[in-house]
Design a protein around this ligand. Structure first.
Ligand SMILES: [Zn+2]
Length: 133
């Protein structure tokens, strides 16, 4: 498995931990979108794309965000339902869509994304002094 392209979409905002979105292509054949470059407590890291878990309202079948107290469609109280399904684990509201399963793959992806991010960032700030070829 080889990363053949990384696209970076800078999202710099002073009071936010999210620094950029990344789209990664593997082997010129498989694309994963919505990786995120996060400025965490221990420096930059790459978060895998994730989605908010949703659960159906038992009354109207509307898909609410996991952990919602009331159905957004009909107002049914959902708190008991969330507890029944995931005892003691109501905090888990996001799940990775795609993620590496080995430390090597994780480090490989993170390195490629962070390098592309640094390049994109320096290209962004070096507009005034174009490099001579
Ligand atoms: Zn409902």
């Amino acid at each position: 498995m080889e990363i053949t392209e990384v696209k970076i979409y800078l999202r710099e905002q002073q009071d936010r931990k999210l620094r950029a979105y990344a789209t990664v292509t593997f082997d010129n054949a498989f694309v994963v979108r919505d990786l995120r470059v996060i400025d965490g407590r221990n420096g930059l890291f790459v978060a895998m794309p994730s989605r908010k878990l949703r659960e159906n309202c038992p009354r109207c079948n509307y898909k609410n965000v996991m952990g919602s107290r009331f159905c957004n469609q009909c107002g049914t109280n959902l708190e008991g339902i969330a507890r029944d399904r995931k005892p003691g684990n109501n905090k888990e509201e996001h799940r990775d869509i795609a993620h590496p399963i080995t430390t090597e793959a994780r480090e490989y992806i993170q390195k490629a994304v962070l390098e592309a991010y640094e390049r994109e960032k320096s290209a962004d700030t070096a507009v005034e002094t174009p490099a001579a070829e």
